[in-house]
Design a protein around this ligand. Structure first.
Ligand SMILES: O=P(O)(O)OC[C@H]1O[C@H](O[C@H]2O[C@H](CO)[C@@H](O)[C@H](O)[C@H]2O)[C@H](O)[C@@H](O)[C@@H]1O
Length: 283
């Protein structure tokens, strides 16, 4: 595990204010992380992206200590629970997973999944994709069917960035024809219904839990709305601390960060150091 000193837990005044509030009143703290690239290292096959065991164990430590721990992810809630092993981590017995950018939910306490039916348009998009990929002459694009969304992954293409650029506009047009939107990410374009994002998901959870200090960590463009929401909460009298799980692939979040850590091992170190402080141990 990467060691994180107390001084490195928050490098901004706003982040330090949140950390102080969290330490003073952990019961009203919410700690939420994105899944891929944050709790789980990026791998070539999305189906194999199991969580970093140290990151989820450290989140579990926080689960014993703060009011709410959550995962807010673009993955289906079921997939995040499975890949994270989140139903068998000590300390996560009360956690919440908000999947597909917040429209799906899993509550660890009851084990219940709330999964709304998928939009019919996704099947039409799926049917159109093979012809589109053939027309563009792209091979190696991996399709990830997520029931209410389809990810087109270019990571395994010979030229991932080039394939991403080639796909961007045709995929946007296809999505638009079916009343859907496109969520870009790290070597992925995801066709999904518009109308909900991680910012909405985070705000709803904060309100539901009555949280006063809010930590959110992410690594990719899909996390930007949650970053903006967390910062907006400051104007409403709450505190927030934004953790970026850094990568060479995406730096859009860094300018909004209160602390930048080195991928999932860095997230593990950050969570452990906060848990140490909450337990009264020197970090
Ligand atoms: O919101 P997240 O939890 O970050 O999910 C966003 C997307 O992440 C996944 O794709 C990314 O991770 C894959 C596995 O490491 C990697 O192969 C891919 O290149 C990354 O973009 C996931 O497959 C998508 O469904 C998520 O929407």
């Amino acid at each position: 595990m990467t060691e994180t000193s107390a001084a490195e837990l928050a490098r901004t005044d706003e982040g330090r204010a949140c950390l102080e509030a969290l330490l003073a009143d952990p019961a009203t703290a919410l700690v939420a992380f994105d899944f891929d690239g944050t709790l789980s290292p990026i791998v070539a096959d999305p189906a194999s992206a199991v969580a970093d065991p140290e990151a989820v164990a450290a989140l579990g430590r926080l689960g014993h200590l703060v009011g709410t721990v959550a995962v807010i992810t673009g993955r289906p809630a079921r997939t995040a629970v499975e890949l994270g092993g989140l139903d068998r981590v000590a300390g996560l017995e009360g956690m919440v997973v908000l999947g597909q950018y917040g429209i799906e939910r899993w509550d660890a306490e009851t084990g219940e999944f709330r999964i709304p039916p998928p939009p019919a348009e996704i099947d039409d998009v799926e049917a159109a994709l093979p012809a589109l990929l053939a027309e563009l002459g792209l091979t190696g694009v991996q399709l990830e069917h997520k029931q209410r969304a389809i990810g087109l992954h270019t990571r395994r293409c010979a030229d991932p960035a080039g394939a991403f650029r080639t796909l961007a506009e045709p995929v946007r047009q296809l999505a638009e024809q079916h009343g859907l939107g496109v969520e870009p990410g790290r070597n992925v374009l995801e066709i999904r219904p518009p109308g909900v994002d991680k910012g909405d998901a985070l705000r709803a959870l904060v309100e539901e839990r009555g949280s006063r200090s809010v930590v959110f960590g992410g690594d990719d463009l899909g996390d930007l709305p949650a970053f903006h929401t967390a910062r907006a909460l400051r104007e409403e009298g709450l505190t927030s601390l934004l953790v970026v799980s850094a990568s060479a692939e995406e730096d859009a979040l860094v300018q909004l960060a209160d602390v930048v850590v080195d991928g999932p091992p860095g997230v593990a170190g950050w969570c452990s150091a906060v848990a140490d402080l909450l337990e009264g141990r020197p970090a």
